[in-house]
Design a protein around this ligand. Structure first.
Ligand SMILES: [Zn+2]
Length: 520
């Protein structure tokens, strides 16, 4: 089936210009393979003339088999006052041995005159010579018209002449670029439609997010007739970033009714987004549209109630379509429905009318007013629900006493914790040292419990967060501690609240161990 809109990924070139983004050759190859599997049409690997890393990427890429995507090398128009075949940039881009070459050239007279210091006609010749030279060498040439919209706004005839020069010289696609990211969707649509009417070759759109319109501008371009869209995964890129393909791809399919990537790929969208963040060592943004963890999270009680009846009522698409899923958050805003859904998620069966449901809801609300928060502490919530359903079940263990001390010598400070734990009629008394008081307490508690419950050996603390909650005037501020634990197979969160940080931490630690023992 023919694609309606070609997806051109420039994560490895424009995306790697982003602050804090640094890909090794291996990183680039892994991302390229992922993009190929996902089904994008073009992967721009870099600029062969710019650094040895990009050269190495192309060397490796030339040896691989690409199933879906065509690899593109990026370069610029030939230098002024130099014959195209003599320009070392041309040699480098040909040596990259890619089927596609993307050439950037000037549209805006301001740049031609002030930056390039060339005559307008010379720039036209530079565009034509370069495109023709590469097309004659068997390359598919994509022409990126830098500052298309700024250039068109100031001197429309000249801008058009540059695009036509590229087309006449054999460009397979003329891509209109909002290089500075300052244009509005209406302008993008108007100029793209005009280019479409004046050129016969396909038009592409390349936008940046400086005004927060990166995606909106790309969509405006597509609606006005562009059949190629350039962008990066997660919107990586210089300044505020490029057009985010992770938003563009599902919009093409689910909102415009056009075809971009193969439809089997769409449910892997979230995975692609997370994969690239992982490689770039960037924390996945929970609020990222379509694929963030909060993208389909519901909190308001009324919403949750409606969602349960008709998912469509408060969701713009089915979250599974892009590999995401619905989440119901438990909070003081929520009604009973949230508790029921959450209880079901945790494996408890509850009916809305049961008195226990009312008790649980009331208890959650009361705890929340004390500063507890269960959104990231589902294990503590499960224990609370269990406590109500089993009518205060017998504790698996109790911490009878603990003591923490700290000493510091010239070189380092060490914390030591002792814990006395009781299980049935047996007790264990253990000591552990740690970098800090919580670390020491965790060590001592674990050491004591492992005597009774060897399976706790695999449990580990993976995250520890502290939030100071504002105290009401005249009272001490409370501390909320959230911890995440894992047994290597799954993760869970627990919460503790107290005016004393150690006490709050102990609550969360105890919940974590208890939950580890109860889960199957
Ligand atoms: Zn760009």
């Amino acid at each position: 089936m023919k694609s309606n809109v070609e997806i051109y990924d420039t994560t490895l070139r424009d995306g790697s210009q982003g602050e804090g983004i640094n890909f090794s050759v291996t990183d680039k190859l892994r991302i390229a393979e992922k993009l190929d599997q996902f089904g994008v049409h073009y992967i721009e690997g870099g600029w062969p003339g710019s650094n040895p890393k990009d050269l190495e990427f192309f060397k490796q890429a030339a040896r691989r088999k690409w199933r879906h995507a065509r690899v593109a090398a990026f370069s610029m128009t030939r230098r002024k006052d130099m014959r195209v075949e003599k320009d070392p940039l041309m040699r480098q881009v040909l040596e990259a041995e890619t089927p596609v070459v993307t050439i950037v050239g000037k549209t805006w007279l301001l740049h031609v005159r002030e930056v390039l210091r060339a005559k307008p006609d010379e720039n036209l010749a530079m565009i034509a010579d370069t495109v023709r030279f590469l097309a004659d060498h068997g390359r598919t040439v994509i022409y990126d018209a830098e500052h298309s919209f700024d250039g068109y706004a100031e001197e429309s005839d000249y801008a058009l002449a540059t695009w036509q020069a590229a087309e006449r010289a054999g460009a397979a696609c003329v891509v209109l670029c909002d290089t500075n990211g300052g244009r509005l969707p209406t302008e993008i649509a108007r100029v793209t439609a005009l280019a479409k009417s004046k050129l016969t070759c396909p038009i592409g759109i390349h936008t940046h997010d400086d005004c927060g319109f990166g995606v909106a501008n790309a969509i405006a371009g597509i609606e006005a007739g562009a059949s190629q869209v350039q962008g990066t995964v997660n919107g990586y890129g210089e300044r505020t970033g490029n057009c985010n393909l992770i938003s563009v791809i599902p919009t093409i399919e689910l909102k415009l009714g056009l075809r971009g990537v193969p439809s089997r790929s769409l449910p892997k969208l979230k995975e692609l987004s997370e994969f690239v963040d992982e490689i770039a060592n960037v924390r996945h943004d929970p609020r990222r549209p379509w694929v963030g963890t909060t993208a389909f999270a519901h909190k308001g009680g009324m919403h949750v109630h409606a969602i349960e009846r008709v998912a469509r009522s408060y969701e713009h698409i089915n979250p599974e379509a892009v590999g995401n899923h619905r989440r119901v958050l438990v909070s003081d805003m929520s009604g009973r429905t949230n508790i029921l859904l959450k209880a079901e998620e945790l494996g408890f069966k509850l009916s809305p009318e049961a008195p226990e449901t009312r008790t649980i809801t009331a208890r959650v609300k009361e705890r929340e007013s004390q500063g507890y928060e269960y959104e990231a502490a589902e294990a503590s919530l499960a224990l609370l629900i269990r406590g109500v359903l089993d009518h205060n079940p017998e504790l698996l263990f109790t911490v009878d006493a603990y003591h923490i001390s700290m000493r510091r010598d010239a070189r380092e400070s060490v914390c030591e914790a002792t814990v006395k734990v009781r299980v049935g009629d047996k007790t264990a008394h253990t000591v552990a040292e740690g970098d800090g008081p919580v670390n020491a307490l965790d060590g001592a508690l674990r050491r004591a419990l492992v005597n009774f419950f060897p399976r706790l050996k695999t449990v580990q603390l993976t995250d520890y967060k502290v939030r100071i909650l504002d105290g009401v005037a005249g009272t001490a501020a409370k501390t909320r501690v959230l911890i995440a634990s894992t047994n290597g197979k799954s993760e869970w969160g627990t919460v503790g609240v107290s005016e004393n940080i150690i006490e709050a931490s102990l609550q969360a630690l105890v919940d974590s161990m208890e939950y580890a023992l109860l889960r199957k």
